[in-house]
Each structure stands twice: as C-alpha cells, then as structure tokens.
Design a protein. Structure first.
Length: 137
C-alpha cells in the first residue's frame, strides 16, 4: 500500500491564500468575504514561515496593489463607456471609479500580498518537506 500526496498547484494555492512555502497553512485568519478578512497570521500555522520577512516588507505590496487598481479603473471606465456611450458627464466615471475602488479594496489588499509572496519573493518558494510535515505529530 502506498500513500499518495496531491500537492495543490501554485495558482490554486495562491487563490485560496495558502502559505507559499507549504501550501497548507492559511495566510489570512478569515475568508475574503468577511469583515475580518484583513487579519493575517504572523507565521504560517503549518510550517511557521514568518510572513513579514523583514520590517516594511508588505509596503512593497502597495506597488502590486497600485497596478491592480489602475487596471481595474481603466477596465471599469472602458466598460462604462461601452455600456452607456456617455462622453458628457465626468460624474458618471468618477462615481464608477470610486465605487469600484471601494468594492475591490479587500480583494486588492489580499491579492497584492499574495502576488508579492508567491511571485515576487524568491525566498518563499514551495518546499515539499514543509508540505509533508505534519503538525499534529
Ligand atoms: Zn506554511
């Protein structure tokens, strides 16, 4: 009898907010669509990876977040133009932009950190030994 392990894919783990090193522990204390969704663990509950690897590390996530919001604002304003054909009122575009920015703020906050940790921090690569390690033992 052999034991089989299914290691979750990188993209799937990122979408689910799992630790980039072990892909098992959660990075955030609560799901995305909850009022406590901003609370983050200091260390991975499974492999003890320290998420904020140095002071100010998460400031870098602001640049990722900036890229997200620019893409979202351009997309939402183009969509507004395509749907309404309005070229007269700046208020329509302004209210759409503000609404989109507020609605997507929790998403941007979470996924800017996830993108930073998964794809912009080489030290946080997946390591199979941490995936196989069992915390319960
Ligand atoms: Zn971990």
């Amino acid at each position: 009898m052999s034991t089989e392990y299914t290691i979750p894919g990188e993209f799937k783990s990122a979408v689910e907010g799992k630790c980039p090193r072990c892909r098992k522990g959660n990075m955030f204390r609560a799901p995305l669509l909850s009022f406590k969704s901003k609370k983050m663990y200091e260390q991975c509950p499974h492999c003890d990876l320290k998420f904020e690897k140095e002071p100010g590390y998460f400031y870098v996530a602001m640049y990722v977040s900036y890229a997200f919001i620019v893409a979202q604002l351009v997309a939402s304003c183009v969509a507004t133009y395509v749907l309404t054909g309005n070229l007269e009122s700046p208020w329509l575009y302004l209210s759409v932009a503000v609404g989109v920015a507020i609605l997507l703020a929790p998403f941007n906050y979470r996924y800017s950190r996830i993108v930073l940790m998964y794809w912009l921090t080489p030290q946080f690569k997946f390591q199979g030994k941490h995936f196989l390690k069992s915390k319960e033992l």
